[in-house]
Ligand binder design. Structure first.
Ligand SMILES: [Zn+2]
Length: 586
């Protein structure tokens, strides 16, 4: 099945939600009725159907939808179909988009209404309503291939007395109870799901007041910041400059970058002093402006701007899934401005960085996919051919596994995506390297060449970890929460064997802390059994547990229990600290 990326959502009631997917094909077949009273199908309608080159419209009809939302749906489909030049429409009822579905009879009525109107303009195929279906589709790889929208029914105007909004005309404690209700539903999650581990390890939480946005707790934020620090060190090695650009920017800028036309539906929009603003969904426009702050010369290239950019993208609330799919994400993003001759060595550096991070540090297996010129592309064919050749030759040279996705590149340039395999055998797409031959044009980027003339640089967009949130989710599940010492939020725990050993245990903590101030070490001096205390520390995935008993007091040595291993006795304190210092360094 083609990889379906769902974008956008709002959780306002009284809406109809759709996702449009421009596909090479879709195949579907009804399997059985999902409920009594589902649409009856004749023998023909029960067969598998295939539609080629369709615009697939996944749609959920919700409570409160009406003729107005249907006509908005039709207009939106017409607009998108025109933009992607699609002649075939597949209306595909897709209940998973909503948790507020309209009653089946109403839903079917509106679906048929939409079908009837659309039939005037397109060849329309409607998938059966109320049936479990299997389907397979292949989504095209251009920027408009996946879009989603929601339509809100017009709220009836309240006639009569003008109501003054009283800001305190609500019950804060009732609202608070609603807000505090958010609880992780673990019923459908696997034991090692990062959301379950996060709750157990007190890493982060979510709340309905901020869909798809993480509330980082101290231990989780430690992991987040350590990863940033780890990446920053690598950035320095490869001569990056680290920048930071604003979150909320004038719509004008996104018009220049093209996001306004192609991505606005996925952006959070706002107004400021009557000007249209957008919360950035990507960091590129800001980076382009930093490049343009002064004239650039060939000597400065390649110029590498890295940014731990926080982006917001609307997603359907139904597809938000812990850290795997969020609305607010931080990318270890970068934009590299270079000449054509420099592309190869830049890409080669990036493949090196990927190996360093994914294979050498975290032990992931991986492979690459090179996506080449799509049918609809911008720019010069020769530039595309050259760029693709360069990318492939670098991949070949790196000896990495790769395959070619013909025609799957972005409209502005070819790209390389990284696919990693985790310990559970699942595949994830993480890093992406995209060569861009359009944004430099839109932003009229230039540098003075050796010949004294103006030239246009190439831009490489790249993220290595991708979304740091998502990476943490993948990593936590890959390691089942057992993070390496340098990344771990709970590195050492000292446990007193009996109440007699409390003092010495306390002293041990402060001595180790004095030697390694940044160490995350704590003390369990509770008057509990030592077994219970060790078990608690193990559940918290502490890297090293030190138990202080009479024997240790007398011999002035440590009993060290490395996570998952048997305890070792008689370890000298100084030796333990030296080893810890080495292991903690990155
Ligand atoms: Zn970018």
């Amino acid at each position: 099945m083609g990889l379906v990326n769902f974008y956008i959502t709002l959780f306002i009631k009284l809406t109809m939600k759709i996702i449009t997917l421009h596909c090479d094909y879709i195949r579907f077949k009804p399997l059985k009725k999902a409920f009594k009273g589902a649409e009856e199908l004749d023998s023909k309608a029960q067969l598998e159907k295939e539609v080629r080159e369709p615009l697939v419209v996944l749609v959920a009809i919700e409570k409160g939808d009406n003729d107005q939302t249907v006509s908005e749906l039709v207009e939106a489909v017409k607009k998108t179909a025109k933009e992607v030049k699609a002649l075939n429409i597949v209306l595909y009822p897709y209940a998973h988009l909503s948790s507020n579905l309209a009653p089946p009879s109403t839903a079917l009525e509106y679906l048929v209404e939409a079908e009837n109107i659309l039939t005037k303009f397109f060849k329309v195929t409607r998938a059966p309503f109320g049936h479990y279906k299997e389907f397979e589709l292949k989504v095209k790889g251009h920027p408009l291939s996946e879009l989603s929208k929601e339509f809100r029914g017009k709220v009836e105007e309240v006639k009569g007395e003008h109501k003054v909004l009283d800001l305190e005309n609500y019950d804060p404690s009732k609202l608070l109870r609603e807000i505090s209700k958010t609880k992780l539903d673990t019923s459908k999650l696997k034991e090692n799901d990062h959301r379950i581990l996060a709750q157990r390890l007190d890493l982060f939480s979510f709340n309905e007041v901020a869909p798809g946005q993480v509330f980082w707790h101290d231990s989780g934020l430690h992991i987040f910041n350590k990863l940033k620090y780890f990446v920053s060190k690598i950035l320095k090695k490869y001569d990056y400059q680290i920048i930071d650009t604003p979150q909320i920017l004038d719509g004008k800028l996104f018009k220049v970058s093209g996001h306004w036309a192609h991505y606005r539906d996925n952006m959070f929009l706002t107004k400021y002093e009557d000007r249209d603003f957008g919360v950035k969904p990507m960091n590129c426009p800001g980076a382009m402006l930093v490049y343009k702050t002064r004239p650039r010369a060939y000597r400065e290239l390649p110029l590498r701007f890295a940014e731990f950019g926080t982006d917001h993208r609307k997603e359907l609330s139904g597809v938000l899934a812990g850290l795997f799919r969020v609305i607010k994400m931080t990318q270890d993003d970068a934009h590299i401005f270079c000449t054509k001759e420099q592309i190869a060595s830049e890409i080669s550096n990036l493949l090196e960085m990927i190996k360093l991070i994914y294979k050498d540090t975290f032990g992931f297996d991986y492979s690459f996919e090179l996506s080449t010129r799509p049918e609809k592309f911008m720019g010069d064919k020769k530039d595309w051919d050259d760029a693709e050749k360069i990318l492939e030759s670098v991949l070949k040279k790196s000896k990495a596994k790769y395959k070619i996705n013909k025609g799957d590149g972005a409209f502005y340039g070819p790209k390389i995506d990284l696919h990693i395999k985790d310990s559970l055998g699942r595949s994830w797409q993480c890093s992406t390297i995209q060569l861009d031959m359009q944004m430099p044009k839109r932003f009229e980027l230039a540098y003075t060449g050796e010949d004294g003339k103006e030239h246009m640089p190439f831009v490489i967009h790249r993220a290595i970890l991708g979304s740091i949130e998502r990476f943490i989710g993948v990593l936590i599940e890959h390691l089942n929460g057992n993070l390496p010492l340098w990344l771990s939020p709970r590195q050492v725990k000292v446990i007193s064997f009996t109440d007699r050993n409390k003092k010495v245990a306390e002293k041990l903590v402060s001595e180790i802390k004095a030697e390694i101030p940044e160490l995350r070490i704590d003390l369990d001096n509770r008057s509990d059994t030592v077994q219970a205390k060790i078990r608690d520390a193990e559940l918290l995935k502490v890297n090293y547990i030190l138990v202080v008993g009479d024997k240790e007091e007398k011999s002035k040595t440590l009993a060290v229990r490395a996570r998952g291993e048997k305890p070792k006795f008689g370890i000298k304190q100084s030796k333990f600290i030296e080893d810890l210092k080495k292991e903690i360094a990155i």
